[in-house]
Design a protein. Structure first.
Length: 369
């Protein structure tokens, strides 16, 4: 698939929207998904520090909104690898306008799934939904026999990176969460717990801010990649392509800023159902355990983002909580809640994939065949 190196002003963008009305639909859908992500996924970043009473909910939400924004903007200049991984999930060849319809269909799947998961108070993974929706749309294009459309599954492909992230996030979260908690217990073994609690209360505020930061960095760059891909597809359909891969330059910083502000707005308006489910539903945490959970998750997500591995921030955080809780013994873990969450993640891939597939078939048949 060939892409132009995207350098455009708003006049060019308006020209593309006028030429390809589907572009504005794609942009609106991406914006909606970013908002839903901030609404449903971002509360996971502050769930533990709220549940341990390290910080009041209204201040935690404000902190999460601010650091989500900072995460998107700063990681945009530090490493765009995650954006490029997502953008190269499906190769539509030179069928740029068809790809726009397929991409829009995939985003519909993400929106529908995100609202459904939030409505029943279960943590959803917009990251997995995004990947599934785009893949389903690509499969629809292949089903219709559109030449040149490919989904690569090799060891260095975007899908392989997704699989690596799916496995490593579970293992890293659980194992490192367990080890960090044990290390804290070893260091503080002879200390008075009441005297250490104030320290960990403050430390958990910082680790919660770090979690919000990496959430913005990881998820913000995923959706940034999709938004820039949509604009790039329209640009290439209009003016032709000259680059052999999807490349993002620093000149698109204003789009990253828009993504950051929308995610921050979603976070500030998000409910507390997810906070209760993640922070308190799986296992009861003390302040130092909440700190261990957040610092483990923040490190894992930051490394994944830097190296371009898409992961679910919800999944990393949840398995870190399980690892921390396992130090008390498996009987302290509420396995019914764990099962409920795992089923949600398991159903996300086929659920969003099917929705994206069906809508892509409809869109391409009617508009972009």
């Amino acid at each position: 698939m060939f892409y132009n190196f995207l350098h455009m002003d708003f006049n060019t963008l308006f020209l593309l929207i006028k030429e390809y009305p589907i572009l504005i639909i794609a942009i609106i859908l991406v914006v909606a998904v970013v908002f839903i992500n901030g609404w449903t996924d971002a509360p996971n970043a502050i769930a533990t520090c709220v549940s341990t009473k390290a910080i009041k909910p209204k201040f935690a939400v404000l902190m999460a909104a601010i650091f989500n924004c900072l995460g998107v903007i700063s990681m945009f200049f530090l490493s765009k690898a995650t954006s490029e991984t997502i953008a190269n999930m499906v190769d539509f060849g030179d069928h740029y306008e068809t790809a726009l319809y397929a991409l829009s269909a995939g985003m519909i799947g993400v929106v529908v799934w995100g609202i459904l998961a939030w409505s029943i108070g279960i943590p959803s993974s917009e990251s997995h939904a995004l990947i599934a929706g785009i893949t389903g749309a690509g499969l629809a294009a292949m089903t219709l026999g559109i030449s040149g459309v490919k989904i690569h599954f090799g060891p260095t492909s975007s899908w392989a990176f997704t699989l690596y992230g799916l496995i490593l996030s579970c293992v890293f979260g659980f194992v490192i969460g367990y080890l960090v908690t044990r290390l804290i217990q070893l260091i503080c073994y002879k200390m008075n717990r009441n005297k250490t609690r104030p320290f960990f209360k403050v430390a958990q505020i910082f680790s919660g801010a770090a979690m919000a930061y990496v959430h913005g960095a990881q998820d913000g760059l995923k959706f940034l990649g999709v938004l820039l891909l949509a604009i790039n597809l329209a640009y290439n359909a209009k003016f032709g392509a000259s680059e052999s891969s999807f490349v993002i330059s620093n000149s698109e910083w204003y789009i990253a800023l828009i993504i950051a502000l929308i995610m921050g707005l979603g976070t500030s308006l998000g409910g507390y159902r997810i906070i209760k489910k993640v922070g308190m539903g799986m296992v009861s945490l003390e302040t130092y355990e909440g700190f261990a959970t957040d610092i483990t998750s923040a490190i894992g997500i930051f490394l994944s983002t830097f190296f371009g591995i898409p992961v679910s921030t919800t999944q990393v955080k949840s398995f870190a909580i399980l690892g921390v809780g396992a130090t008390k013994g498996v009987k302290h873990i509420k396995w019914s809640v764990v099962k409920e969450m795992l089923l949600t993640w398991v159903f996300t891939f086929p659920g969003c994939g099917i929705i994206g597939y069906v809508f892509a078939l409809i869109f391409i048949k009617i508009f972009g065949g």
